[in-house]
Design a protein around this ligand. Structure first.
Ligand code: PEP
Ligand code: MG
Length: 551
């Protein structure tokens, strides 16, 4: 038996073969080939595989985000059939160049040609031709689209996974995650919890590729990773897995029950999602609404800016499927660890404090406008609320409200249907927002506390930092006092306040939050029923004074 250990960041026991994430290294191999017919056949096979992959992506997008977004994949399929493109590659191969280099050179030639055109539509095709070519080169060089090429579900191992890589994984293939690095507060860990998949990070370099293919047992609560388990260990972990399943079955009985405390207080229990594909889990677990739709994950899934229509389809799908329940969509919170190449964000020494989130939206008005137009258009199809991240100042909110009001007027003039009223809220995730919360509360309809960033900025601890977990103490009195201050100021101004950071699901603090008067808790879908169970066991009339004494 071989035992490794890391930090458990998403609960649950998983058993399955270990599989290392396949990532292309970005370098294009360039060599001379003698057998050009064989090389052309190799290119043709890769081209056909790419066309098939795009067909599957089309179906997936059609089901999750609607036809307009899905059409992009259809257009990419057509580009791979384009005779000029295909013949250029074949010609280079016949001249003795290997297929990877021929595809890469043709892509560069076509992209430059498109980019030089006057027509903005054709210019935008440069990104498409690069995208399809990257796919074909990836297939030729053995890198795997989506990182996993396995017929059976696996425990996925990696150095670390970027949020953009995690969102593109085929969830049906993943039993668990184990990474050498990473932190429990990173977006990858958050995504694992949203998917309800056991995960362990920080195992270190002892997690070598020699374990590839070996049967692993992992415990996402304790951080254990076991290979070739001896009988007692195997039995212990399987027993724990069975117990988890029994607990899940027990919690099923709470489906459809209210989130009400023993003293009769109703609490809104909402869900955090990253894309419309997470809605099945929300509906299955009885989420009362969406408390945080991290819209940036839609941007991380693609290779170019999303159009207004693509976003509209995604937001409309979520609003409709939630059937009139509140859906809080957070505007683009890109930057720091959430990077999309096409944003071309400059390298920053301190990206968590840099040009991110609302700062990008206020400096790139076109990006913001496109998203807000899509959101207001989608508001006609359900109960959409809009939330803004990383707020520090009252002027930011006033400027945002001015932009929103202009967009509403613009859409009204175009005769576009919209909801009569769309709630606007802000994330309380910087100490400045807490300290200004009395004034900010007068500007908006609700607050939602982002405890992940609030902890990072209050304690001056990088949430991504690998060896900092000991210092990233979200239970720190400083953080709890901040939340209490924001709650008091929200209620004094007559608005409601929720928590959408990871602390919202922390059962050790539920009593404290309810004692503060927190109105809503937004958690990953799999945490809804456990949280409901906790809420139903609390009597705030007897615990409040004791819990609030130090705050
Ligand atoms: C937070 O900071 O707590 C939050 C909910 O937002 P994110 O984790 O996406 O930064
Ligand atoms: Mg945040």
């Amino acid at each position: 038996m071989k035992q490794l250990s890391g930090k458990g960041v998403s609960d649950g026991v998983a058993v399955g073969p270990l599989y290392f994430y396949r990532r292309g290294n970005g370098e294009i191999e360039r060599r001379e080939v003698a057998d050009t017919a064989a090389e052309n056949a190799r290119f043709e096979t890769a081209r056909q595989t790419a066309i098939e992959q795009l067909g599957a992506l089309y179906e997936k997008a059609l089901a999750e985000v609607g036809e307009e977004s899905a059409m992009l994949f259809e257009a990419h399929q057509m580009m791979l059939e384009d005779l000029d493109y295909v013949e250029s590659i074949q010609g280079m191969i016949e001249g003795g160049l290997n297929a990877e280099a021929a595809v890469s050179d043709t892509a560069a030639m076509f992209a430059d040609m498109f980019a030089a055109m006057d027509d903005a539509y054709i210019q935008a095709r440069a990104a498409d031709v690069r995208d399809i070519s990257t796919r074909v080169i990836g297939i030729l060089s053995g890198a795997v689209a989506g990182g996993v090429d396995s017929d059976v579900p696996v425990i996925l191992a990696a150095d670390d996974l970027a949020p953009s890589e995690t969102v593109q994984l085929d969830k049906s293939k993943i039993l668990g995650f184990v990474t050498r690095g990473g932190s429990g507060n990173s977006h990858t860990a958050i995504l694992a919890r949203t998917m309800g998949i056991p995960a362990i990070c920080g195992v270190g370099n002892v997690l070598t590729e020699n374990y590839e293919g070996q049967l692993a047992m992992i415990d996402g609560q304790t951080g254990e990773v076991v290979f070739d388990a001896d009988e007692p260990t195997r039995e212990r972990l399987l027993k724990k897995q069975a117990k988890e399943r029994a607990l899940k079955d027990m919690l099923e009985k709470l489906r459809g029950q209210p989130n009400v405390t023993l003293d009769g207080r109703n609490v809104m229990v909402y869900c955090n999602i990253g894309n419309p594909g997470d809605l099945d889990a929300v509906l299955q677990n009885g989420g009362g609404g969406i408390g945080l739709f991290r819209s940036e994950f839609l941007y991380l899934q693609g290779s170019d800016y999303l159009t207004e229509d693509e976003q509209f389809e995604a937001y409309k799908t979520v609003a409709e499927r939630m059937g009139g329940k509140r859906v809080i969509i957070r505007t683009l919170d890109i930057g720091a660890d959430k990077q999309a190449d096409y944003f071309n964000l400059a390298h920053e020494e301190n990206p968590a404090m840099g040009l991110r989130a609302i700062r990008i939206c206020l400096t790139r008005p076109e990006v913001f406008r496109t998203q807000l137009r899509a959101l207001y258009r989608a508001s006609a199809y359900g109960k959409i609320a809009i939330m803004f991240p990383m707020i520090t100042s009252v002027w930011e909110v006033q400027e945002i409200k001015r932009i929103c009001s202009n967009i509403r007027s613009e859409l009204a003039n175009e005769g576009v249907p919209m909801a009569d009223y769309v709630e606007l809220g802000i994330m309380i995730e910087t100490p400045a927002a807490v300290m200004m919360s009395d004034q900010l509360a007068k500007e908006v309809d609700f607050f939602s506390v982002g405890t992940n960033d609030l902890t990072q900025y209050t304690l001056a601890v990088d949430r991504q930092g690998q060896n900092l977990d000991k210092f990233f103490d979200a239970h720190h009195l400083a953080v709890l006092r901040m939340i209490k201050m924001a709650a008091d100021n929200a209620h004094a101004a007559g608005i409601w306040i929720g928590i959408c950071g990871e602390l919202g699901a922390d059962a050790e603090l539920t009593e404290t939050f309810l004692s503060m008067g927190i109105d809503e808790l937004s958690v990953s879908p799999s945490a809804v029923l456990p949280l409901r169970n906790t809420i139903r066991s609390i009597d705030t009339s007897t615990c409040s004074d004791r819990l609030l004494r130090d705050l």
